[in-house]
Ligand binder design. Structure first.
Ligand SMILES: C[S@@+](CC[C@H](N)C(=O)[O-])C[C@H]1O[C@@H](n2cnc3c(N)ncnc32)[C@H](O)[C@@H]1O
Length: 378
């Protein structure tokens, strides 16, 4: 008789957890499949064509048929794409983007456009070896190390909200700010940490009088912002500069004579960037200093819970992922660092704002799944 090996049945909780982790890995590779589809224009071409074989899609997109065939099958088993006849020969099958998925995968202006999630996550893991080393040494990882996928993905994700909601719903819901942006003399706005400039452009499109100065530390983002302002026909009123928001010498670039002038902005904004900054108090201090009498600052940052709870919300689970891979390492790239991370709770933000000299910090009643809005006044 040979020896028999008995394998202990795992506890149900062990099995459930193992299953959960496998599901998470499966979903992760689906998102990287979305990355390929978005980067290579595969979704756009499929939607344009209606239905495609692998060879037709490869020809339309200048890609390799064998890779595209594998991608089509992978995306279909993941429930992203549909197939006409699964039993047909592999090279004969025709695939399509289901009607309900078209907006999410290809409509760049839709609030449901999520294809850039692939780019964002690919960017977030681009410098993983550096991040692993940073965990050992306590050093940071510079924003530029995350490459173009990160800032392009970030910009594409927030773009629809900035173009469709910021100047059309969010700002109009703050009556006195809305009124000032419509009034004369033309209001001046500084937008710190502006990235690719979509928030600045969104405000300028909704308020045809205003002038906006966008400031960001990242050169590639500022170049993209300038191109975007040109493309949207607002470059005469919207300018961008590479500047550190926490630089105590940062001053306004326009005044009525076209000269630099401090304390000259009616509104200073910071969208999803304060938590990324090594010196958030310094940046908030700049924002306060740049305000005219009667001006206000508006900060949009992540809508996280008021306190850590073991069972975080879906938003918080996602944001913790962003924090451990990107936001915390980036925020530690400059020393000294506040070491905030993505999960900047209201109390933390309030303490930064108060330390920066703001006398009033109000959480605005703007409902949004991802964002919380703060109005600050000196
Ligand atoms: C998460 S991105 C947000 C970009 C943009 N506001 C948006 O919502 O899409 C954070 C931005 O903050 C910028 N940033 C970080 N620290 C900064 C600083 N000290 N001064 C200016 N910009 C900074 C980064 O370069 C990056 O563009």
């Amino acid at each position: 008789m040979g020896e028999t090996t008995t394998i202990d049945e795992p506890a149900p909780e062990t099995e459930a957890f193992a299953g959960r982790l496998l599901d998470a890995a499966t979903d992760t590779v689906t998102v990287f499949g979305v990355y390929l589809g978005e980067r290579l224009g595969l979704y756009d071409a499929l939607v344009e064509a209606g239905r495609c074989t692998s060879a037709e899609l490869a020809a339309r997109t200048g890609t390799d048929e064998r890779y595209v065939r594998e991608w089509l099958e992978a995306q279909t088993v993941s429930g992203v794409l549909g197939v006409d006849d699964e039993a047909a020969a592999a090279t004969e099958r025709r695939y399509s983007v289901p009607e309900a998925h078209v907006e999410v995968l290809t409509d760049r202006d839709s609030l449901y456009y999520l294809a850039p999630l692939g780019r964002l996550l690919a960017g977030a893991v681009a410098p993983l070896p550096d991040v692993v080393e940073a965990y050992r040494t306590g050093a940071g990882v510079p924003y530029a190390a995350y490459g173009s996928d990160l800032h392009e993905g970030q910009a594409a994700m927030n773009r629809p909200s900035f173009l469709r909601l910021l100047g059309e719903e969010w700002l109009p819901s703050i009556p006195d700010i809305d009124a000032r942006l419509r009034a004369d003399p033309p209001a001046r706005i500084a937008d710190v940490g502006c990235g690719h400039g979509w928030s600045s452009i969104g405000i300028a499109r909704s308020y045809p009088n205003v002038r906006v100065d966008g400031y960001d530390l990242d050169e590639a983002s500022v170049e993209a912002a300038r191109r975007n302002a040109e493309a949207y026909g607002v470059a005469d009123r919207v300018g961008f500069e590479v500047r550190d928001a926490s630089d105590p010498t940062l001053e306004g670039t326009y005044d009525s004579r076209g000269d630099a002038a401090a304390r000259s902005y009616n509104l200073v904004t910071a969208f999803e960037c304060i938590h990324d900054m090594a010196d958030p108090v310094g940046a908030l201090r700049t924002m306060r200093r740049l305000l005219t009498d009667g001006g206000a600052a508006l900060v949009m940052d992540e809508r996280v819970g008021d306190a850590f709870t073991a069972e975080g919300s879906d938003v918080e689970r996602f944001l913790y992922g962003a924090s451990i891979l990107h936001c915390l390492p980036v925020g530690r790239a400059d020393e000294p660092s506040a070491e905030t991370g993505t999960i900047m709770r209201t109390d933390t933000f309030r303490s930064y704002a108060e330390e920066a000299g703001f006398g009033s910090v109000e959480v605005l009643p703007i409902e949004n799944y991802f964002w919380r809005f703060y109005r600050l006044e000196p």
